[in-house]
Write a protein that binds this ligand. Structure first.
Ligand code: G6P
Length: 497
């Protein structure tokens, strides 16, 4: 399609992410419609974009869809098309079968394919080109997540006038794992194209800095990295520290823990219709004494198997009475054409079937399992209905479900069981913290959560709520953008003088 110049606008603020906040899906009737995109990234950025007059550059979630820019829900969206082969190599392949498992502690084995890498580079170039077309002179661009790690450098080359931020929503792996990546140096160079590189945890920022030191030899001090303006000529593999008098730019790499629109959850949870729906859910589940809840994308990083194993053993040992307790597991469909996700689904559904076969009665299930997506209001009702929330990720950048649960509990009741391997555990320290690999420990934690006295529940939940409301998504985005703008101003004035 052609894009008439007259219609093209320029934006002072541009967010770039693999996915747009809406996904184009074709229904069973063959008709196209838009749905809200899955995952924490979109959930966090949507309120940020609705409050700013910026553009959002991203893929509309379906192959071979070439659309003009359009507006929705108060946001300006600039679609980037991907062919079916690009979806396979760049999205399902390199992003979700190479980087995703590598960056999540190789819980699944990453695959390394040179064709996937070639497509990753090509698609990153397309995102950078499209962003360069819509960003205003001197504008601010904020690139998101592991699918687009080459964009900061590509964009800087095209548009040195821009201020460029990058935020990594997922963990950044320790060097011992990261160094497996055949294209590790190019990835580090791509990220160093940004002025500020943000991470979820201190550990992630530290791992990135170590990769920079090991692969590029650049000096790091605190959160600052000195990047020489003229790199050692290509082909020369030995990089050295910056020599005296050599011109350099400073890149900041530090943590900015992401959050949620906490007020939305508090207000939704207080609504009479949603509270009524929570009571109805409880009734429909047979008014059990304890409702436990898991809410995850169906992903091997989320520790759903470990959770089911622990619950199954508690039932087998009679520590949990299936007439009193129910586990509601929402596993939303994700990356369904990637083999490791198909295998995981089979394993989980086999286990759910077995546990239900052994312990469910007619009219009462041990596990209420849903491979579905629910609207946000329904999620809030579920959070309100749940006495115990199980977040047992084996590795997770942040985990916003944990924060959504806390923000929804305006009654200061409910117990959060939270994995130490989720970024959220840095802040939510008064959750019942668990190591999900330790099945006995996990079982004890689940029992402790079920039996926690009301006063203890309240005191813990009050603390957790304070942390979530003090650090909501507005604080995350304004904190990041403040550092970005401030840093850029310092760099600009230093290079002018
Ligand atoms: C995580 C990632 C996001 C991603 C989301 C959903 O939250 O950090 O970048 O968008 O999962 O995954 P999907 O592959 O469906 O975009």
């Amino acid at each position: 399609t052609t894009r008439p110049d007259a219609e093209e606008r320029f934006y002072d603020f541009v967010v770039v992410s693999n996915r747009l906040p809406v996904d184009s899906v074709v229904g069973g009737d063959g008709r196209q419609r838009w749905t809200q995109s899955p995952g924490g990234l979109v959930a966090a950025l949507e309120p940020v974009m609705q409050s700013r007059d910026g553009a959002w550059v991203g893929w509309p979630g379906q192959a071979d869809l070439d659309l003009e820019p359009f507006d929705t829900d108060g946001m300006h969206l600039v679609p980037v098309p991907l062919s079916a082969l690009e979806v396979e190599h760049y999205y399902e392949g390199f992003s979700n079968d190479t980087l995703w498992p590598l960056y999540h502690d190789v819980i699944a084995a990453p695959s390394f394919h040179r064709e996937w890498w070639d497509t990753y580079r090509l698609v990153n170039t397309r995102f950078a080109d499209r962003t360069a077309e819509v960003a205003a002179q001197g504008g601010l661009v904020w690139v998101q997540d592991y699918q687009l790690q080459l964009v900061p450098k590509l964009l800087r080359e095209l548009r040195p006038d821009l201020t460029i931020g990058f935020f990594d929503h997922i963990p950044f792996p320790p060097y011992g794992l990261f160094s497996q990546l055949p294209w590790r140096t190019q990835v580090v160079e791509g990220l160093l194209g940004a002025d500020v590189v943000g991470f979820q945890r201190d550990a992630d920022a530290g791992n990135f800095q170590q990769a920079v030191r090991r692969l590029k030899g650049y000096a790091t001090k605190g959160s600052h990295i000195e990047v020489p303006l003229v790199d050692t000529s290509p082909g020369v593999r030995v990089y050295g520290p910056i020599k005296r008098g050599q011109a350099s730019r400073t890149v900041i790499a530090k943590k900015f823990p992401i959050s949620i629109d906490a007020a939305f959850y508090r207000e939704a949870a207080a609504r009479p219709d949603i509270r009524a729906r929570a009571r109805q859910i409880r009734g429909d589940l047979g008014n059990p004494k304890t409702i436990m809840l898991g809410v995850d994308r169906l992903d091997y990083t989320k520790g759903i198997r470990h959770r089911l194993e622990a619950y199954g053993e508690l039932l087998a040992e009679g520590r949990v009475n299936p007439e009193e307790v129910i586990l509601v597991q929402v596993a939303s469909p994700s990356r369904e054409r990637v083999l490791s996700y198909m295998q995981l689904r089979d394993e989980i559904e086999l286990t759910v079937g077995r546990i239900n076969g052994d312990y469910s009665e007619i009219g009462h299930q041990a596990i209420s399992y849903h491979h579905q997506n629910y609207p946000r209001d329904e999620m809030v009702a579920l959070y309100l209905a749940a006495d115990v929330m199980l977040v047992t990720a084996l590795r997770d950048g942040m985990n916003l479900v944990a924060k959504e649960y806390v923000a929804s509990r305006f009654d200061s009741d409910g117990v959060l069981v939270l994995s130490e391997f989720a970024g959220a555990s840095d802040e939510l320290t008064r959750a019942v913290l668990v190591n999900p690999h330790d099945i006995d420990g996990l079982k004890d934690a689940i029992m402790a959560a079920i039996e926690l006295p009301a006063r203890e529940r309240e005191s813990r939940m009050r603390y957790l709520r304070k942390r979530v409301f003090e650090n909501d998504v507005e604080k995350w985005s304004s904190g990041f953008l403040h550092v970005l703008v401030h840093h850029h101003a310092i760099v600009a004035s230093a290079s002018a003088s």
